[in-house]
Design a protein around this ligand. Structure first.
Ligand code: SF4
Ligand code: SF4
Length: 332
């Protein structure tokens, strides 16, 4: 019988043991429907999710809700929006109760006296020229000023086809600011001209991400296997899509047969009652979805399928480690 220990040498077995005990149970929370930007291609606004529900304004209701989430077994709160930092009291309600990750555009600085070790992921959509085009302004300059040298912050760099050949410019600037970066690819929900992927563009971006990971190992938090999966839409002999996605709200998951999925995962709207289908836009064509966390989770929930060779299991470990670093379960 093939076992984990039969596939791994001592070095890899130690790495495996470090992550196998984590037992991460995440859920996602829309902290607010408001944002101080309106980016073209933002899944939240392009699919009208900001109109799906109202907002709970009573902080006591948020606290009670989070307590119930904790009782439900959630041990990682992923805060998105809208822009969560418009409501620091809601962020604090999570932070005081659960390991918390806050996605932000970085324009408003999270006070480190109040949130000393909360993981912060800043969205980045390219160099200042691209950001002006897609987000209406250069967001990187103020966000990097706000977070320079912060040990619990990284950039979530959404790469667009327009960035090809120029990704290094921003990786270097992030390295110079003493921060980390993780890559994902634009899904182009709003079909912005020139921002759709083709097989040739996927091959180029994969090469570029691989090279940058090797050139900037202290800055780029990623894995070659993740690059392969996100650019091909294939994992082992399986193709990405609705019937494979692990990041579907458990209470809305009517798939039959059910794929391996995140246990207890729910994405809540900011009225604390409404739920969304998945971690991203419900109007998105799943076969075109490039959501990075969903692809990482796809690997993570399929450990057994990766136990067919040492290399496959090592790939699985590397993706799990990457996820654990990005959500502060293990150090960089
Ligand atoms: S900053 Fe984030 S939430 Fe706000 S519009 Fe841009 S992508 Fe959407
Ligand atoms: S849009 Fe993406 S994350 Fe949502 S269900 Fe489809 S594949 Fe999964």
């Amino acid at each position: 019988m093939i076992t984990v220990s039969s596939l791994l040498d001592a070095h890899w077995y130690v790495r495996y043991k470090a992550i196998s005990k984590l037992n991460i149970r995440s859920s996602i929370y829309d902290v607010t429907n408001q944002c101080n930007l309106r980016c073209k291609g933002c899944f939240f606004f392009s699919s009208d999710e900001h109109k799906a529900a109202g907002e709970e304004n009573d902080i006591g209701a948020w606290e009670g809700f989070i307590d119930r989430e904790k009782e439900r077994g959630v041990n990682l709160a992923i805060l998105i929006g809208g822009e969560p930092t418009l409501h620091m009291d809601r962020i604090e309600a999570f932070y005081k109760r659960l390991p918390t990750y806050c996605a932000t555009n970085g324009l408003i600085k999270v006070d480190r006296e109040r949130f000393p070790d909360m993981m912060v992921g800043i969205s980045l959509w390219g160099d200042p020229e691209d950001e002006k085009k897609l987000r209406g302004r250069d967001v990187f300059t103020p966000s990097s000023r706000n977070y320079t040298g912060d040990p619990y912050t990284y950039y979530l760099y959404t790469i667009t086809p327009a960035q090809l050949g120029r990704i290094e410019t921003m990786v270097k600037r992030i390295a110079d600011a003493g921060l980390k970066v993780h890559f994902q690819l634009l899904s182009n929900d709003e079909l912005v001209d020139g921002y759709s992927w083709t097989p040739e563009l996927y091959a180029r971006v994969r090469d570029e991400m691989d090279d940058l990971m090797d050139q900037y190992p202290d800055t780029v938090i990623s894995s070659h296997y993740y690059h392969q999966i996100i650019t091909t839409g294939r994992m082992l002999d399986r193709r990405w899509g609705w019937m494979e996605c692990p990041s579907v709200t458990e209470t809305m998951d009517g798939r039959d047969p059910k794929p391996r999925r995140l246990i207890g995962f729910i994405r809540w709207a900011s009225d604390l009652e409404t739920t969304h289908r998945c971690c991203t836009s419900a109007t998105r064509d799943c076969s075109q979805c490039k959501d990075g966390a969903a692809h990482m989770s796809w690997v993570m929930v399929n450990k057994r399928a990766h136990m067919r060779s040492s290399r496959d299991l090592q790939n699985w470990i590397e993706v799990y480690e990457m996820f654990a670093k990005l959500y502060r379960f293990v150090p960089w």
